[in-house]
Design a protein around this ligand. Structure first.
Ligand SMILES: Cc1cc2nc3c(=O)[nH]c(=O)nc-3n(C[C@H](O)[C@H](O)[C@H](O)COP(=O)(O)OP(=O)(O)OC[C@H]3O[C@@H](n4cnc5c(N)ncnc54)[C@H](O)[C@@H]3O)c2cc1C
Ligand SMILES: NC(=O)c1ccc[n+]([C@@H]2O[C@H](COP(=O)([O-])OP(=O)(O)OC[C@H]3O[C@@H](n4cnc5c(N)ncnc54)[C@H](O)[C@@H]3O)[C@@H](O)[C@H]2O)c1
Length: 486
């Protein structure tokens, strides 16, 4: 017999905009729509704040910040003498818990209430044009109808390879890697992308014996080659083992709480206490009713530059953030949300003509040309725009200028024996910067200067007049420009 709360019931509500998924991106779409005078409702099946707040950006950076703080101090004679112990893992994990709000979303729910955005908890699914049904945790169903638009902001989840034994091995994904309460004795990290590198850095510093298994030739393969090389060198110095050109063939965990044995394609075996698969992401679009609007479930949703899903009649469906696969980054998803929010409001109210040309108010142009990323490893690896290889593959005539960051006065002051490198990729036809990479301690705050130069398409002859303060690491710009001018 079911209690009254569990009895399924149906009701209907109509809003201008329905947002499915209350991650950082969904929150921003709803906020922009609401700010434009539209009514908005947001549907969330787990925690308001999404992956980023509880199992991705915030907890991972909370794990990594103490690593950088200690490493930076250890590289400065005088300060190094004050940092003699190991990081206090319990204190780091406790601080991390705080940054993940102890996996409670009251704060973010309070924000939704304060701005006047309604929240419906439950799993949302499209149910034909402009309709969304929400299956609440108690089994009841609500049907929502949108006057103007539905935005899919359902994010992504970890993608696991279909290896024999993987399910029984209960591998860590990014969720466990960012929320674990204990430090594993031995940790294998499969995948040398961003999650693999950051989590190997964090758990090694907290005391795990870490082995990184990379099937390709280097870490961070989407960045300039020297980024992965410098990070691998530093991970090895920290005591991690980084093995390239090796793949996992199968896994076995005979006892549920016992060790995991990985069988590798070079014939070797690795026995660890936990194994993290950091092997990329898959869109959370498999169970959101895409088939009811003529789209294939399970795919990244292909969108135009205003984040409107392609191939949907009347253009009422948007996909923003990770769900569209354009750039799996919180800041880029929030940028898309600002653009999509403005576009859907302009279309709904007819208040302004749409500006969908490059760099227009309703076009997420930066997704193609100027995506910034910081890998919070030690050293930090950062990039904006295109690598030299990407630029060349787009048919641009480019020149890469490299500078050893150790030769910059500000860097030498920042760390004794500073090791780092910078690259500027210049489009020779426009003489503007189309890409930049900085790798080294303390470079993350430098990155926005590169993003600004790229988006502003600032000619190098004008950039020459942007004088970096002495003695900061930013003086690398001067060296890069001198390198270009010869
Ligand atoms: C370990 C890790 C570290 C990262 N660190 C960084 C970083 O430092 N900086 C950075 O910029 N990016 C980082 N990222 C990427 C970042 O987390 C994502 O780009 C970002 O979370 C995407 O936001 P989103 O709102 O699109 O999706 P999500 O944050 O995934 O949110 C989607 C929300 O939708 C909800 N949802 C899904 N389906 C439904 C449904 N059917 N009904 C109702 N609700 C639904 C989910 O429960 C979730 O709350 C990291 C990722 C990982 C894995
Ligand atoms: N600081 C940040 O900005 C930050 C931090 C973490 C994650 N993220 C975002 O999250 C996304 C996901 O990160 P990720 O590291 O999971 O993905 P990724 O695409 O960066 O790296 C995954 C790596 O796993 C490898 N791989 C795939 N399948 C494999 C297999 N079967 N065996 C071995 N290796 C395999 C791939 O070759 C790739 O190098 C990234 O796009 C990133 O932008 C950002």
């Amino acid at each position: 017999m079911s209690s009254p709360e569990q009895t399924p019931e149906t009701d209907t509500d109509t809003y201008d905009v329905i947002v499915i998924g209350a991650g950082p991106v969904g929150e921003n779409v709803a906020d922009r729509a609401h700010a434009a005078g539209l009514s908005a409702v947001i549907v969330e099946r787990e925690l308001v704040g999404g992956e980023c707040s509880y199992w991705a950006c915030m907890p991972s950076k909370a794990l990594l910040r103490p690593v950088a703080a200690v490493a930076d101090a250890r590289r400065v004679a005088g300060a190094a003498q004050a940092v003699t112990g190991k990081p206090d893992a319990a204190a780091v994990l406790k601080r991390r818990d705080g940054f993940a709000s102890d996996w409670k979303d009251d704060g973010q729910v309070g924000w939704l209430e304060s701005v006047g955005i309604d929240l419906v908890r439950g799993h949302g699914r499209l149910d034909g044009p402009r309709r969304v049904t929400v299956e609440r945790p108690d089994g009841t169903t609500t049907t929502l109808t949108a006057r103007h638009a539905v935005a899919v902001c359902t994010g992504s989840r970890a993608a696991l390879p279909g290896l024999p034994g993987i399910e029984a091995a209960k591998p860590w994904t990014s969720r466990e890697a960012t929320s674990a309460k204990e430090v594993p004795g031995r940790l294998a990290v499969v995948g040398g992308g961003v999650v693999g590198v950051e989590m190997a850095t964090a758990w090694r510093a907290l005391g795990s014996a870490v082995t990184v298994l990379v099937r390709g030739e280097r870490l961070l393969p989407k960045m300039e080659p020297f980024a992965g090389e410098l990070v691998a060198e530093s991970l090895a110095e920290a005591g991690a083992s980084v093995r390239t050109g090796v793949s996992v063939e199968r896994l076995a965990r005979p006892a549920p709480d016992g060790p995991v044995t990985l069988t590798l394609d070079d014939g070797g075996e690795l026995v660890v206490d936990e194994v993290l698969f950091a092997t990329g992401r898959a869109p959370r679009t498999e169970d959101i009713g895409l088939d009811t609007v003529g789209l294939k479930p399970g795919n990244w949703l292909s969108v135009d530059d205003s984040c409107r899903v392609e191939g949907v009649e009347d253009g009422w469906l948007y996909a923003v953030g990770d769900a569209n696969g354009r750039a799996l980054l919180t800041h880029q998803g929030k940028y898309q949300a600002r653009i999509a929010g403005a576009a859907l409001a302009a279309r709904a109210t007819g208040a302004s003509a749409l500006e969908t040309g490059a760099w227009g108010a309703h076009a997420a142009t930066a997704d193609h040309a100027a995506v910034p990323q910081v890998v919070f490893s030690d050293p930090e690896a950062t990039s904006a725009g295109l690598t030299a290889e990407e630029a060349a593959s787009r048919g641009l005539r480019v020149r890469a200028v490299d500078v050893d960051l150790g030769g910059v006065a500000g860097a030498a002051l920042f760390a004794d024996g500073y090791r780092g490198r910078a690259r500027m990729v210049v489009d020779l036809d426009t003489e503007t910067v189309v890409g930049a990479t900085f790798v080294g301690p303390g470079v993350s705050e430098l990155l926005h200067s590169a993003t600004t130069a790229i988006v502003g398409e600032i000619p190098l002859h004008r950039l020459w007049h942007a004088v970096p303060a002495y003695p900061t690491i930013s003086e690398v710009w001067l060296r890069l420009l001198e390198g270009y001018r010869g």
